[in-house]
Write a protein that binds this ligand. Structure first.
Ligand SMILES: [Zn+2]
Length: 244
């Protein structure tokens, strides 16, 4: 892992490959359309998934990265269905934060259906804080990393309802974000494919449900589509009139 020469604006973490695309892909496209850089980090290879193999999921993640236009994608191997709360795992996440030095971090929400999402949320939340500590040292290829604490941490919406603090208007990027989602083809229902074990996201109606949520969130702010986020802290503003 080399130190990134330029800091990225946003770093989006997911417990599994596809978490980021399913939950905040359109917002990431908004950010990149405004000329800012985005990096993604999957905490696991998704090797415990009912569908697909680590190899196919790796290929799918590479395709999604290309279609979405991220600056980079890092895949850690912290153990699908494990993701234990250990010093070593937190250190691996800190290394990625210090490498990319983001202003904004996106993470899985703290209250979720899949236990890995809850664990990922806790790990990333702690790593964001600890990454700023001078006395906590990490090295890459023998070189000490510079401490860095991201300014903002936002939790995206997954299966469980999350009362958002902010809703981003994604009307212009929703369609394009679907390409990133559909890159993970092994995970979704496909007409004519042989009978496979049913999972929640493998149902024919899953992608329609995803669109319905984006439509619902858009309605809350008077736009076609929206993505909702919870802030980890209180948002401070320096200019009242730039926000309101
Ligand atoms: Zn997941």
């Amino acid at each position: 892992m080399e130190q990134s020469p330029e800091p990225v604006y946003a770093l989006a973490y997911g417990a599994h490959p596809d978490d980021v695309e399913l939950s905040c892909g359109a917002t990431l496209l908004n950010i990149m359309n405004e000329g800012k850089s985005v990096a993604v980090c999957d905490l696991t290879r998704g090797e415990m998934g009912t569908h697909g193999t680590p190899e196919t999921r790796k290929q799918e993640a590479a395709t999604a990265t290309l279609l979405m236009g991220y600056q980079s994608r890092t895949t850690l191997d912290l153990g699908d269905s494990k993701l234990f709360h250990t010093e070593e795992n937190i250190a691996e996440i800190i290394k990625v934060i210090r490498k990319f030095r983001p202003t904004v971090v996106f993470a899985n929400p703290p209250d979720e259906r899949h236990p890995d999402h809850i664990k990922a949320s806790k790990l990333v939340t702690e790593a964001c804080y600890y990454a700023g500590l001078q006395q906590l040292t990490t090295t890459i290829n023998g070189t000490a990393q510079v401490p860095h604490r991201p300014k903002h941490l936002l939790y995206y919406t997954q299966f469980k309802h999350l009362e958002p603090d902010i809703i981003v208007d994604i009307s212009t990027t929703f369609e394009a974000s679907r390409k990133g989602v559909l890159a993970f083809g092994t995970q979704f229902f496909k007409e004519g494919r042989a009978e496979e074990p049913k999972t929640l996201i493998k149902r024919r109606e899953f992608l329609t449900g995803l669109e319905a949520r984006a439509r619902y969130l858009g309605e809350q702010i008077g736009t076609l589509y929206g993505e909702g986020f919870k802030l980890s802290g209180t948002l401070g503003i320096s200019s009242f009139t730039k926000v309101f």
